[in-house]
Design a protein around this ligand. Structure first.
Ligand code: LMR
Length: 387
């Protein structure tokens, strides 16, 4: 029976993590999965998270189910973090539902498209996070693509996005990276977002924002500019957010699906529909990670220490990016200066799959075959060997 199962290719990100772990070379360098590493190549638990966990352990008196939509305090705090003081938030024109990670949110958004917009296309700029294609195609969503980057892969190709917007039809959906584009690190500029929003309103398009790196580009507030601007303009859209990175809660699977709607009644209807999808997939989400996030966001002291820790993370990644480009330019001139225009954890290096394979096989330097590196894997000890 099972012998007829087709052979599937290994996951392009997690299979490399396994290979890195199995490599006995003591000087190996891990620039693969999007997980923060400190100067010692470790991924520590944030101090505010440890403190919140201590409180939770002390105060918890039941393991009863959460509702289908998750922990209410988490949902409200997440919507506030994403939407700020916009009218949409103040007037409850949103629904926010806790999901198992950002992936869980994306999968529910995909189910929504499949069930309620079966003739709509979803437009995705390539390259994108490898799992985006899996998630939406496994939910039978029709996908169309455009080129997010130019041929050199070292700059945006905004014309291609505008052509896709122009070709789209009423009701189509567009997947956008809110900030810190994965895998390239190249983000859209404010004036480019304004052009996109013009099309969204004119064609009644549905933007789906993947928001996995709030706080990694510049600040918690400015990183979500596209979401808040969209909300101000009164458009309807979905946000798939993750707390894996900005709280370092990778293994706890904490995320949310937020729908911003024209009014509170529409938001209630959307929320009820999304919950009906969730009930049939995983019933209701796990509690621990969402409890941590809600505890930190609701306590001014813990929240302040979270801001400070997130700033440390952001600053370290920024300084490793500058160090890397600096060292590369000492040996190779300014050909890698484009990396200074990229944001967040990732950088597209422009290396080919063959070059990436060679680095891995001959030097134990691990990065994605697309040429993506996790800049957080660079440190003072390994940067010279890497360059
Ligand atoms: C990545 O892109 O490396 C991360 O988002 C981890 C993942 O799930 O792929």
């Amino acid at each position: 029976m099972f012998e007829s199962i087709p052979k599937v290719p290994p996951d392009p990100i997690f299979s490399l993590v396994d290979r890195f772990r199995a490599d006995p070379n003591p000087d190996k360098i891990n620039l693969t999965v999007g997980v923060y590493q400190n100067e010692q190549s470790q991924t520590p638990v944030m101090r505010c998270v440890k403190q919140a966990e201590e409180r939770l352990l002390e105060q918890e008196n039941t393991k009863n189910y959460l509702g289908i939509g998750g922990l209410e305090a988490f949902d409200r705090a997440t919507a506030a973090l994403l939407l700020g003081e916009t009218q949409a938030f103040e007037n409850n024109c949103y629904t926010c539902i806790q999901t198992p990670g950002g992936t869980g949110a994306l999968r529910i958004a995909a189910e929504y498209l499949d069930k309620l917009r079966p003739s709509a296309k979803l437009w995705i700029g390539l390259p994108t996070w490898a799992n985006h294609m899996n998630i939406f195609s496994q939910a039978n969503v029709q996908i169309s693509h455009y080129d997010y980057l130019d041929k050199s892969k070292t700059a945006l190709n905004f014309e291609s996005l505008v052509e896709a917007l122009d070709e789209s039809t009423e009701g189509d959906a567009f997947l956008f990276h809110t900030c810190c584009h994965n895998p390239s690190g190249f983000d859209l500029a404010v004036d480019q977002w304004e052009i996109i929003f013009g099309f969204v309103r004119e064609r009644n398009l549905l933007p789906i924002f993947d928001c996995a790196y709030q706080g990694f580009r510049e600040s918690l507030e400015t990183d979500v500019f596209p979401l808040r601007r969209m909300a101000e303009l009164g458009s309807e859209f979905l946000i798939c957010s993750s707390n894996s990175k900005n709280f370092g809660l990778y293994a706890e699977r904490v995320g949310a699906l937020t729908g911003v709607c024209k009014d509170a009644a529409a938001a209630d209807k959307l929320g009820a529909y999304l919950k009906s999808l969730i009930r049939a997939i995983y019933s209701n989400p796990p509690k621990h990670g969402a409890g941590i996030v809600a505890t930190v966001l609701d306590d001014p002291g813990l929240r302040e220490s979270w801001h400070a820790e997130l700033e440390e993370v952001r600053n370290r990644i920024g300084s490793m990016r500058r160090l890397l480009v600096d060292k590369l330019s000492q040996q190779l001139g300014d050909q890698f200066n484009f990396m200074l225009q990229q944001n967040g954890m990732f950088s597209f290096t422009g290396l080919t799959p063959a070059e990436v394979d060679q680095l891995r096989e001959e030097h134990s330097i691990y990065m994605l075959r697309s040429g993506r590196v996790n800049v957080a894997g660079v440190n003072q000890d390994n940067v010279d060997r890497l360059c």
